[in-house]
Design a binder for this molecule. Structure first.
Ligand SMILES: Cc1ncc(COP(=O)(O)O)c(C=O)c1O
Length: 378
């Protein structure tokens, strides 16, 4: 048996998505910027995809801009949101994805902004009172806080953050890469200026995603070139990627509740099995449904021999998962997220992340292998 429990890194392509993309690759090869019939056909396909996505998110197609994925969308929101609005202060957390953290840090280093970090607790929860204080003290900030943490799964209340940002006249960007297609985002209600999607996290293709930009704010393009994406992102569109993204999101929304129940069931089951079978095991981040992304379970193992070989040994045993440990002082390797929540650096941590294709047999297999692999010290 070979188990794939690394769905937060990427998900397998859904065969229906592949079919859709194949159809486009085979017959709709026109350049969407060409004015002839082949071009118009490709253009129609892109605009139909944009409309599908906008309808699912309860927004207008004019607010959806296709990108090469999550990293580009995060960069565009942050760089253009800050520069084009003349903002001098940004607020984020130490738990953000590097697509956000490194972008903001580079801007601080270049002298464009002063960067503040909101306090977070040992489970990765944002301290909303501290966030409010930072907003009070720094008028017109740019706030970037992710919806679900990709390593530990802890959720941020982005509705609450949106309210606070509105109150203090801040721009709000949320990296929703891990929740897009897994939680219903209603953009007619959510007070957010920028949201992000990467298709490969929801059984779509790699190298395509989108940035949602609220119609009330305007930014200039980050990538200059042709007039694609209404002059907001130069470059010939990834037509079959965009078609695959729309299909994947459409399918994700159609079956979201069933998938959530199935995956949450597996996560809870694995958590209970691990507690029963591996003495001393604990979990990084929130695990309560409602506070935690149902696709992610981050496990902290008791101290063991060759802890740094755990992922390798799991791989040999037929299980693909990922993770790391907190950085011990003075080293620069390891997980910045686990370090930020104060996880014990001498304990190995593994992120198991599930999808609609995961099943109970795979959980049983993994727990049994973990028992073998974890030569738990007495
Ligand atoms: C939270 C988060 N943000 C951004 C990204 C980057 O997305 P992409 O791989 O599409 O560039 C990822 C992917 O791992 C992610 O998990």
């Amino acid at each position: 048996m070979r188990v794939y429990f690394d769905n937060a890194a990427t998900t397998p392509l859904d065969p229906e998505v592949l079919k859709e993309m194949y159809k486009v690759m085979e017959s709709q090869f026109g350049n969407p910027s060409s004015i002839h019939a082949h071009g118009r056909e490709a253009r129609t396909l892109i605009e139909r995809s944009r409309k599908t996505i906008a309808n699912l998110l309860h927004t207008s197609p004019a607010e959806i801009f296709f990108t090469s994925g999550g990293t580009e969308a995060d960069n565009m929101a942050i760089k253009c949101g800050i520069v084009d609005h003349g903002l001098k202060h940004a607020i984020t957390s130490r738990l953000e994805h590097h697509a956000v953290l490194h972008t903001l840090e580079a801007m601080e280093k270049a002298g464009v902004i002063k960067l503040s970090f909101v306090d977070t607790d040992h489970k990765g929860n944002v301290d909303y009172a501290h966030l409010e204080k930072l907003l009070q003290d720094n008028e017109r900030s740019f706030v970037s806080l992710m919806h679900a943490n990709n390593e530990i799964g802890t959720l941020t209340d982005i509705e609450r953050v949106g309210e606070l940002c509105e109150q203090y006249n801040a721009l709000f960007h949320s990296d929703t890469v891990q929740t897009m297609g897994h939680f219903p985002h209603d953009l007619s209600k959510l007070k957010v200026h920028f949201l992000v999607c990467a298709a490969h996290k929801l059984h779509g293709p790699k190298g395509v995603g989108f940035l949602h930009i609220n119609h009330r704010i305007k930014i200039k393009p980050m990538i200059h070139g042709g007039s694609q994406e209404r002059n907001m992102r130069g470059g010939t569109e990834n037509v079959y990627g965009i078609a695959g993204l729309a299909k994947a999101l459409d399918m994700a929304y159609a079956d979201m509740e069933a998938h959530q129940a199935h995956i949450q069931g597996l996560k809870s089951y694995m958590l209970e099995q691990l507690k029963a079978e591996i003495p001393g095991v604990s979990f990084n981040g929130e695990t309560d449904p409602g506070k935690s992304l149902y696709t992610v379970l981050n496990v902290s193992f008791p101290e063991m021999d060759m802890a740094d070989m755990l992922l390798f040994n799991l791989d040999i045993a037929g299980i693909s998962a990922s993770g790391g440990s907190a950085c011990s002082s003075g080293t620069d390797i390891g997980s910045h997220v686990l370090t930020a929540i104060g996880a014990n650096p001498s304990r190995a941590s593994v992120r198991f992340s599930f999808s609609k294709y995961s099943n109970k047999e795979e959980v049983d297999f993994t727990v049994a292998k973990l028992k073998d692999v974890c030569l738990v010290k007495a």
